[in-house]
Design a protein around this ligand. Structure first.
Ligand SMILES: [Zn+2]
Ligand SMILES: [Zn+2]
Length: 316
């Protein structure tokens, strides 16, 4: 009764609200309520299609007071309870709305703060790495420089001895010749080996996006479709913006090795007839293949049926 629901009942679609005429017999006023059908009917209705419902008929005028009371009850209920309730609900919703604003501001602040922390940490790590490179470089340069100095000293010594021994050969006495030979025998003829420099290595990180997300923190949405948006974030996790050189399709970058998994049996990617013998098939980087029959040195390129395939056995 006092439902506050404004959707009209089905029969109101047929007989306009407040229209006193019967929907089926427009010359008659409706005077009965057929309680069976919950429909207002005219005398013609009462002796035709509603005839068998006669026990449920009520004169409309007889229930007017009762209906007025029902309306009055609705009005009381509406004015005293439902309207104040709705007003209260609107106010509390507005309050809620304004209370969420600072919460989201706070959330944004937290995210930005963590972004900045991540940047600082990254800068720190980078700084340490760069300083390490500097140190390694200095050490390597020192080592090579020492080697060069050593070689230069040897060169000087040899040049000096060379002219000295030439002199000795021409003018030296037997003792000097003997001493010179002793000196020569004591000399180490081997040039010291070039120092081995172990180059520092840098392996770019894989799955950078997911690690960065882990680093900055997790933002969880209570709604599924927003969560999907968050997860993709407009980027694909498998595709770093700058693909590092050592990255491989098989993801073995931690060792820096490219490993291909060979299949148990070949996969047929395309079939075609060819007039000559095929001695060689060489895949090309763009997904095609060179065919070669060596007798004629005849080659033919053939398009593979699929482009951009990721066959494990074919390095891209
Ligand atoms: Zn009627
Ligand atoms: Zn009826």
């Amino acid at each position: 009764m006092a439902s506050g629901n404004a959707v009209p009942r089905a029969q109101l679609h047929i007989r306009a609200k407040g229209n006193t005429k019967c929907k089926d017999h427009s010359e008659n006023d409706v005077i009965f309520l057929c309680q069976n059908c919950k429909t207002l009917i005219c005398p013609t209705c009462s002796i035709s299609i509603h005839k068998s419902h006669i026990d449920s008929f009520v004169e409309i005028s007889k229930i007017e007071t009762e209906n007025k009371n029902a309306i009055q009850f609705f009005l009381n209920e509406t004015d005293n309870v439902n309207i104040p309730k709705l007003n209260q609900e609107i106010i509390s919703s507005r309050t809620k709305m304004s209370s969420y604003k600072p919460l989201y501001n706070n959330l944004r602040k937290k995210i930005i703060y963590n972004n900045n922390q991540c940047k600082l940490e990254l800068d720190k790590i980078t700084d340490v790495y760069i300083k390490f490179c500097d140190k390694m470089e200095v050490a390597a340069m020192d080592l090579i420089q020492t080697h060069i100095t050593n070689l230069e000293e040897r060169l000087d010594t040899l040049k000096q001895l060379s002219s000295e021994y030439k002199q000795t050969l021409q003018t030296g006495n037997a003792v000097l010749v003997y001493d010179s030979v002793s000196e020569i025998r004591e000399m180490d003829p081997d040039i010291p080996p070039t120092p081995n420099i172990d180059m520092a290595e840098f392996t770019p990180g894989m799955a950078r996006l997911s690690h960065l997300k882990q680093a900055i923190g997790n933002l969880k949405s209570p709604t599924d479709h927003l969560q999907t948006e968050l997860a993709t974030g407009g980027h694909s996790d498998q595709c770093p913006v700058v693909r590092p050189k050592q990255s491989t399709e098989t993801g073995q970058a931690s060792t820096g090795e490219v490993q291909y998994k060979l299949r148990d049996r070949p996969t047929v990617m395309s079939q075609f007839s060819y007039p000559d013998n095929i001695r060689w098939i060489c895949p090309t980087s763009d997904g095609r293949a060179w065919l070669c029959d060596c007798r004629h040195l005849h080659t033919k390129a053939r398009q593979q049926p699929r482009s951009g395939h990721t066959d494990d056995t074919t390095p891209q």
